[in-house]
Design a protein around this ligand. Sequence first.
Ligand code: RP5
Length: 164
Amino acid sequence: MEPTTVLVVMGSRSDLPAMEGCMEQLKAFEIPYEVRILSAHRTPDAVLDLSKNAAKNGVKVIIAAAGGAAHLAGVLASSTILPVIGIPMQTSALGGMDSLLSTVQMPSGVPVATVAIGKAGAKNAAILAAQILALSDAKIAQTLQNFKDTQKETVLAGSYLEEA
Ligand code: RP5
């Protein structure tokens, strides 16, 4: 079994549909990951246990997704020196602004690198995790460069909407 490099944690199974793109992107980059569903409020001890043991279990970056009073990323960040990327989940009550503010507004000394609300954030979290890993992994760096080049070519190929 390959060692887990990225640990993806989400607060509820209901976050899974929004999070699929994160795992798809990690898979496309061939980065080994593990997914856990744990809640900062419903299972606080298990969340702390996970973050305290992450580094010694081979994790290099943690991605955490939660919605509403979204404390998951912050609680994970409280007990590890690994970089933590937070994804605020869209919510029906407040559109994800609640998740965004509770993920991003960390107190001084405990950062959470917060990406966009919902699906765009889920994909970007995977890319950001890859960018962190690429600092010490030439293969991932090359994969990322290829990804960027392809993305650019795809956009340029469709850039002419109409010609008079
Ligand atoms: C958060 O509460 C979860 O991350 C989820 O986004 C939200 C709702 O969870 P469920 O009530 O659907 O389990 O903890």
